[in-house]
Design a protein around this ligand. Structure first.
Ligand code: KIV
Ligand code: ZN
Length: 516
């Protein structure tokens, strides 16, 4: 690494990913074995150093999933979780993992109300588990669960004892996220001093401190961080991989840190995991949230268009993202004109006012206008033919019922020419979208549906639904469109066509922009 011409040696930090274990403990999340394997492969490509693949002792499916990952030949070190019990450790060995993460609680609260054990018994169990795992030739990471609420002297005793019987690493869990960075720092220094082993930190986000606490541990000498993709995990989740990796790469701390994470793969991994676990990060989530690189207010849009550094601390492309401009009720004439100016479009004063008025009307109704939609508005106001929509729906029908496969027929007019397509599908929506794909594929086969989501806006059988469709063209550029309505099939068709039209326009705009 090189800072201002001075070469600085960075400390390598080990990224221990527990998306497939603590992440899967998120309420409502359960992955099938093949899905776990797919996520492990993505994590491996992302560059994590260790993957906690699951907890083999808890179910047959979990055994199968961890076994598949252990045998997949990944570069990352694969761990299975085990209570400090011989049977749990045996379950890890049986599925073929060579590394075990074994744990037992050490806080008096857990001892009294959960384990019903004395401190002496816990110490004995911890030593016995680590010795047993080592006797089987395993690589062992030991955790004192609820470490941050444990009596410090007892905690020292436990970590010292497991180090003496051969633990390879020790981990400090802040199990309910209650520690402050100062406390984490003090415990970490203690554990590093007493064991001389590589120390990991495992933080939960109950008070929103997981990333800050993980960094505090690194600053105090920890070498490894337990993380999950999108910060998923029990209750408020765990330290988020993307936030930690970006923080270590971009922010200044006492030391310089290096990880093996390919930052530009972060977003694709986040999307992949969120699709499989069925949880989307909140829009304002750092790095991976929908709004993390979106600009709406006039002042911000204008600033970013002049120089992105004004309101972007990270280049979106560095983390696999792209920048989005929105115009809404905060939009100003300056921002809107600057957005259009990027495409060589210069409305006169009257046109600019009409465009801004339409944007504000949408904004006041709670909506916001993407860059592509803004160009559509400008195209209409300024009668610019190149911004007219290419694809029009001219005919559509769908049949469904019991005994027959759902079947759809669509007629589209694309650039003045009529096309007809049909398809069956697993349901009426699937049939309709496939029929559209069959038509558009005959004319441009680079489009694919990247994301489809449906939600109810209101309740009851007359509920209104909202459909979001994202399509991607062969060049990797994607366009998202939303549609609201009472009929889920028609609303899905409308969203799909809107997304295709936007993707077309985006393609057109890309070439205009390159020539401006
Ligand atoms: O949060 C926690 O304490 C854990 C342990 C199993 C390490 O996840
Ligand atoms: Zn945990």
């Amino acid at each position: 690494m090189n800072f201002g011409g001075i070469s600085v040696k960075a400390r390598k930090i080990r990224i221990f990913d527990t998306t497939l274990r603590d992440g899967e403990q998120t309420p409502g999340v359960a992955l099938r074995p093949e899905q776990k394997l797919q996520i492990a492969q993505m994590l491996n490509r992302l560059g994590v150093n260790a993957i906690e693949a699951g907890f083999p002792a808890i179910s047959e499916g979990e055994k199968k999933g961890v076994g598949l990952i252990a045998k997949a030949g990944l570069a990352a070190q694969i761990y299975g979780l085990a209570r400090a019990e011989k049977s749990d450790i045996d379950a890890c060995v049986k599925v073929g993992v060579g590394s075990v993460h074994t744990f037992i609680a050490t806080s008096d609260l857990h001892l009294k109300f959960k384990l019903k054990m004395t401190r002496e018994q816990v110490l004995e169990k911890a030593v016995e588990a680590v010795s047993y795992a080592k006797s089987l030739g395993l690589d062992v990471e030991f955790s004192a669960e609820d470490a941050t609420r444990s009596d410090r002297e007892f905690l020292r005793q436990v970590y010292k004892a497991v180090a003496e019987v051969g633990a390879d690493r020790v981990n400090i869990p802040d199990t309910v996220g209650t520690a402050s960075p100062q406390e984490i720092s003090s415990i970490t220094k203690d554990v590093v001093g007493i064991t001389s082993l590589p120390v990991s930190i495992h933080c939960h986000n109950d008070f929103g401190w997981a990333v800050a606490n993980s960094v505090a541990a690194l600053e105090a000498g920890a070498q490894s961080v337990h993380v999950t993709i999108n910060g998923i995990g029990e209750r408020a989740g765990n330290t988020s991989l993307e936030e930690l990796a970006a923080s270590l790469a971009y922010l200044n701390f006492n030391e310089k840190y290096e990880t093996s994470i390919a930052l530009n793969r972060i977003y694709e991994t986040s999307i992949f995991v969120s699709n499989l676990v069925g949880i989307r990060p909140q829009p304002n989530k750092a790095i991976v949230g929908d709004n993390a690189f979106a600009h709406e207010s006039g002042i911000h849009t204008h600033g970013v268009l002049s120089n992105p550094l004004t309101y972007e601390p990270i280049k979106p492309e560095d983390v696999g993202r792209s920048r989005t401009y929105y115009a809404g009720k905060h939009a100003g004439a300056h921002g809107v004109s600057a957005m259009l100016g990027e495409y060589g479009i210069a409305p006169d004063r009257e046109q600019a006012k009409l465009i801004l008025d339409q944007v504000k009307t949408i904004g006041d109704a709670g909506g916001r206008v993407t860059e592509v939609e803004l160009l559509e508005i400008a195209g209409k106001v300024m009668s610019l033919r190149q911004f007219e929509r290419m694809v029009h729906l001219t005919g559509f029908s769908v049949t469904t019922g019991i005994g027959n496969n759902p079947y759809a027929f669509v007629k589209l007019n694309i650039g003045g020419k009529d096309y007809v397509g049909t398809s069956d599908g697993v349901g009426p929506v699937d049939a309709a979208l496939k029929a559209i794909k069959n038509v558009t594929g005959a004319w441009d086969n680079t489009f694919k549906i990247k994301d489809y989501r449906i939600g109810a806006v209101s309740g009851g059988s007359e509920a209104m639904c909202e459909v979001t469709v994202e399509v991607e063209d062969g060049g990797g550029s994607s366009a998202v469109a939303k549609s609201k309505g009472y009929d889920i099939v028609i609303t899905s068709v409308q969203a799909m066509l809107e997304a295709i039209n936007r993707a077309m326009l985006k393609k057109e705009l890309k070439s205009i922009r390159q020539n401006v």
